[in-house]
Ligand binder design. Structure first.
Ligand code: GAR
Length: 191
């Protein structure tokens, strides 16, 4: 069976990229990671993509990012944002509706936007977590696909909470991607 083609957009470390790539290597995976695009040429994730022999790897600066990226997305079925720290323009978001997903380090709708783990600690919340959601035109507001709670203990700080959340992110994101792929395949919304 033909696997759905995935592009992953990154800006930095790439640990979610790595977990998505590793899970795509599983026999039962419905997806294949075809393309990695970074808006930061120094992103460590680019090295991870190379190491894993991803066929197409690009670095595109922020100016006209969307227009340039579109050229490389012709055979792509799903885009995953994985630590991608640029807000995509509404034309791009509309074009990729129901095929564009993001992971955010909080239990949405709480703590949208930047430094979500820090926001949770400062709010003295008893839990936070991570959420995979469809991307719409508002930040961290699209329909939620999968999320996981993480308890915040008295001794936790931003760093320890980020670590705990990241462990869950690496489990949740690959599962959410398979769910999205399954849905697209069953609705025949493939190219
Ligand atoms: C992850 O914690 C991800 O949830 C977060 O950036 C980190 C990227 O780490 N994303 C956002 O905050 C997006 N709003 P990674 O590069 O190791 O995957």
């Amino acid at each position: 069976m033909k696997k759905l083609q995935v592009a992953i957009f990154i800006s930095g470390r790439g640990s979610n990229l790595e977990s998505l790539i590793q899970s795509s290597f599983k026999k039962k995976s419905l997806v294949e990671v075809q393309t990695v695009i970074s808006n930061n040429f120094k992103a460590k994730g680019l090295v991870i993509a190379k190491k894993n022999k991803i066929p197409s790897i690009y670095s595109i600066p922020n100016k006209n990012f969307e227009k340039k990226a579109m050229k490389y997305l012709k055979n792509v079925d799903i885009i995953c944002l994985a630590g991608f720290m640029k807000v995509l323009d509404s034309k791009f978001v509309t074009k990729w509706r129901s095929r564009l997903i993001n992971i955010h380090p909080s239990y949405l709708p709480a703590f949208k936007g930047l430094k979500a783990q820090d926001q949770a600690i400062k709010a003295k919340a008893s839990y936070s977590g991570c959420s995979v959601h469809y991307v719409n035109s508002q930040i961290d507001s699209g329909e939620i696909i999968l999320q996981k709670k993480v308890q915040i203990l008295m001794k936790d700080n931003t760093e320890s909470l980020s670590k705990k959340i990241l462990i869950e992110e690496h489990k949740v994101y690959p599962r959410a991607l398979q769910m999205v792929a399954k849905k697209l395949l069953s609705s025949q919304k493939i190219r």
